[in-house]
Design a protein around this ligand. Sequence first.
Ligand code: ZN
Length: 177
Amino acid sequence: MRDEAERAVETLLSHIGEDLKRPGLERTPRRFVGALEELTRGLREDPPEIVFFPVEKSGPVIVEDIRAVSLCEHHLLPIFLSISVAYLPGSEAPGLSKVIRLVKWAAARLIMQERFTEWLADILLEKLRARAVAVKVCGVHTCSYIRGVKEEHHLMITEARRGEIDVKLRCRRPVCT
Ligand SMILES: [Zn+2]
């Protein structure tokens, strides 16, 4: 299966006019398949197990600026993301590092940002056993930099909420461009 994937990359390289015999490309198909696997590991791995701690009563918890890289499902090009989440814990609160790992797991796949944001809100509500959640996703879509739109500093911002949660999430620029 992996061999076939590497051969498919060779086909793509030939298609764009590359010389497969030149030394610089010797390990490129293998590296590309490896990078693609890493960028989409969320498709094959189970979501991280969440550890919970009892809490008496808690206001909103905000985790800002979780960095992740997804692939756009239309062009298979990277989307650099800064994701901020807020949640109102139930009777138990999730550990911080697990929240971050869950967001990074969710992002590791092909996405359309609008749909991804809604789905992430659902996942967080369920997996964090939260009473309410808010999600803000800020994305730099490399496909829109390369194709057509030459607006150099655009950032796509999407938000989703589940339940009542009174927070204002900020947006960070995920890469310096
Ligand atoms: Zn795209």
